[in-house]
Design a protein around this ligand. Sequence first.
Ligand code: TXA
Ligand code: MG
Length: 338
Amino acid sequence: MNTRILKINPLDIDSDIIDEAAGVLRGGGLVAFPTETVYGLGANALRAEAVAKIFGAKQRPLDDPMIVHISRLDDLSSLAREIPPEALKLGQLLWPGPLTMVLEKTDILPDIVTSGLDTVAVRMPSGAVAARLIAAAGVPVAAPSANMFGGPSPTRAQHVMDDLHGRIDMILDGGATEIGIESTVVEFSRGQVAVLRPGGIDMEKLRDILKGTKVVSAEENAVNSPGKYPRHYSPRAKVIIVEEGPQQADKVLAVASETEKQNQSVGVISTTEHAEKYSGLNVKILGSRGDGKTCASRLFHILREFDSEGADIIVTEAICEKGLGLAVMNRLRKAAMA
Ligand code: TXA
Ligand code: MG
């Protein structure tokens, strides 16, 4: 398949390009597009054969359900029934934005979208290209991250090309995504809000908005959690995490020298604070240890860069799990699973 790559400026969107991409979606084709989090691989969510192509292109297992993207709050009622008050509040305050809500589904979607579950994951992205494309398509858009299953998510059009060129119809190249890490996925049960995947909206913000409602982290034990595939977001290189602490930099150096002794190529992911300790090594800087936002925006690009440089081992410092730091460490821990 010939993949068409069209450049689009998110600050000055060309309607002709949006209309063309929307036509491809409506016609059952696959379009990769930037959202504020990562690039998504979109298909018309109302057409089973279009959604099936996503699973094929990504080599994604059929039991891993899709997020359905909408462009207006009004569109929620066609997809989800019995929307709990907490969900309504989160939708009103955080949409459009990096939040995905798992809700009881209506019968409008083919089973393949939700992997046969009774629930559907819905998100309204704030990225300008995504919002315009979904609105123009006039249908809900099923879109997982636009990468091969199990690998690091794509934050630039080049990442999508590296993984999916020749396997999809079109890529809208709107530059690097802003947040760089996927949306926060939440579900609602018995008056609680459970975070299935930490992401672009942090726990502190959810708790602040939902004062009085319990917000719990359900990743570890939820049956339908995205975490049911333990290894995920992984580069080809083996990832080793060195936890925070007074000896962190020394431990990184020890792992790096051990690796080099075995004639393996090593890459180091460092916080800004420790970068100068690793002179002579192949170092990439994630950001300050307390600056989850910057770290999130760089993480997947750095993992992919080390892969393209042929690193065998990536040693990375752990960062503080506050704010977006929690999502960064969640991705790194999954990437490091054997
Ligand atoms: O930021 C994002 O969320 C990006 C952009 C493109 O919107 N999308 C994304 O999709 O990360 P994906 O497919 O890579 O991750 C969605 C996760 C999946 O791991 C899936 O398990 C979970 O959401 N999910 C989808 N439907 C679900 C459901 N009904 N119940 C529980 N989890 C669900
Ligand atoms: Mg994904």
